[in-house]
Ligand binder design. Structure first.
Ligand SMILES: [Zn+2]
Length: 109
């Protein structure tokens, strides 16, 4: 589940080599690879990895995870939502549909 909410480009050599812990600590941030991934996630899953990374950079990972945890908790049944599934696995709540109807403002940025 952690991989659902934490940006990690597993194949990125900077991260594999330990030169950068998060994408934003890399001198190439945001690199074309990340931009592509970001674009895909924004259109497919309604989330932006670059925005997430900027939020982590500004507010720290603990704050980010706390906010994400709230964001990815089903309002209907309190189960964890997965970004890769457009609806709640336990009760069927269609969070992606709701998100598209009411795009959230971006209070973090
Ligand atoms: Zn649910």
């Amino acid at each position: 589940m952690k991989s659902c909410i934490t940006c990690r480009i597993k194949t990125c050599e900077k991260i594999v080599e330990g030169n950068a812990k998060y994408c934003f600590s890399c001198e190439n941030f945001p690199c074309p690879r990340l931009k592509n991934l970001d674009k895909r996630y924004r259109s497919k899953y309604g989330m932006s990895m670059i925005d997430n990374l900027k939020a982590i950079k500004s507010f720290g990972i603990i704050h980010f995870v706390r906010a994400e945890k709230q964001k990815w908790t089903c309002p209907e049944c309190s189960e964890m939502l997965c970004v890769h599934n457009p609806q709640c696995l336990s009760c069927g709540y269609k969070w992606l549909e709701k998100l598209r109807m009411h795009p959230p403002g971006d209070p973090l940025l």
